[in-house]
Design a protein around this ligand. Structure first.
Ligand code: KG4
Ligand code: ZN
Length: 354
């Protein structure tokens, strides 16, 4: 092919998506093939690690071939091989890492092990041509809730994390008790549109002033306890006799909306505290929950009011995908930060700060 830049191959297998992306100069996506295992895991109400690893193994070769075909490139054209090294499910990560190392070894290509959260952040560089550090990053996904300061492409400082459940995990667990199915985030997002956010006041855990850590398990337990109490009183959604704060009958949509508003209030409050503390006016949101429509609305409202620019990727780049890993690998590669073939998967890999 006629080469017009650095071509990065990105492999993602940290959880339940097998994905390979091909990206030029960290911006132009030539292919981003994603094979989701959601339909398999939803039967169990969550990701089953052993099944995830087996499915990655079955899928990785055809996903890779399809990405190369779609991009119109061959493996020889690739300049750098990027792969999610961690955090994630160890068996799942190993499939991607082994694939990447095999390509790097067989074709003598540079290899970059990407930290998954840094991959999510890089999804925003793909879609926002002018976006450059410094900014505050908010990572909201099934496995993570973090606030970071991105001082430069490879210089990231963590300023807040979750003390218990990740936000997506809280969404998924509440969706389960509401019998909405898996994954719960998109289901709650949709149902909440029909509900009243003020029907029930669920706990907002903010912690002490200037503390940027999150805790969602109290809010999640609040919802579960609330529903159990109602059940013990013989109340049921179907009977229309579950009551809200003002003694009014409420629906599942009201519970979903009230829960969602409680956790989003915390996320927004802490993100804007972070911007103030760091004296920055750009907030970059990423991860599966960044696709949430109410989060986007509330951030837009507050951003306009407080003169803060808000960025997030389109939904397909919010969820786990290979293109974001390819983009992150590109920024490391251009600074000469590559890995040796002894690089290994690491289930609890911390953010890499060069
Ligand atoms: O980033 P991601 O695909 O995987 C991880 O790295 O964890 O995030 C998946 C999470 C799930 O918990 C899912 O319920 C949540 O993102 N999610 C949403 C929405 N779409 C996906 N949560 C709220 N609203 C959405 N629209
Ligand atoms: Zn993710």
């Amino acid at each position: 092919m006629d080469k017009k830049g650095t071509i990065a191959l990105g492999i993602e297998t940290s959880c339940d998506e097998t994905s390979v992306g091909i990206v030029v100069n960290g911006k132009k996506v030539l292919a981003n093939v994603i094979s989701s295992q959601i339909d398999i895991h939803k039967e169990y109400g969550g990701v089953v690690p052993e099944i995830a690893s087996r499915k990655h193994l079955e899928n990785i070769n055809w996903v890779l071939e399809e990405a190369l075909t779609e991009a119109g490139v061959s493996l020889e054209d690739i300049d750098v091989v990027g792969v999610t090294r961690g955090p994630g499910l160890i068996g799942a990560l190993l499939i991607g890492v082994t694939t990447a190392k095999t390509i790097a070894f067989a074709l003598d290509k540079p290899l970059v092990g990407v930290q998954h959260i840094q991959g999510h952040l890089a999804a925003n560089y793909i879609e926002h041509e002018k976006l450059k550090p410094p900014f505050v990053g908010l990572i909201v996904s099934g496995g993570h809730t973090n606030l970071v300061v991105v001082e430069d492409y490879l210089k990231i400082r963590e300023i807040g994390g979750t003390r218990d459940d990740a936000i997506g995990e809280a969404y998924d667990k509440v969706a389960r008790v509401l019998e909405l199915g898996y994954p719960g985030g998109p289901k709650i997002d949709k149902l909440a549109k029909e509900g009243n956010e003020e029907a029930i006041h669920f706990k907002r855990v903010l912690m002490e002033k200037n503390n940027l850590d999150f805790s969602f398990s109290g809010t999640k337990t609040g919802v579960i306890n609330y529903l159990n109490n109602q059940k013990q009183k013989g109340c049921d959604f179907l009977e229309g006799n579950i009551l809200g704060d003002a003694g009014q009958p409420i629906s599942k949509a009201d519970v979903a909306a009230s829960f969602q508003r409680a956790i989003l209030d915390v996320v927004i409050e802490k993100s804007f505290s972070a911007l103030k503390l760091e004296k920055l006016n750009k907030l970059v949101v990423c991860g599966g929950v960044a696709a949430n429509s109410r989060l986007r609305e509330l951030l837009k409202e507050k951003g306009t009011k407080e003169n803060v620019e808000i960025y997030y990727p389109s939904p397909i780049l919010c969820t786990d995908n290979g293109a974001m890993i390819g983009a992150a690998a590109y920024y490391a590669y251009r600074e000469g930060k590559t890995d040796n073939l002894d690089m290994d998967a690491n289930a609890s890999l911390k953010m890499k700060c060069y």
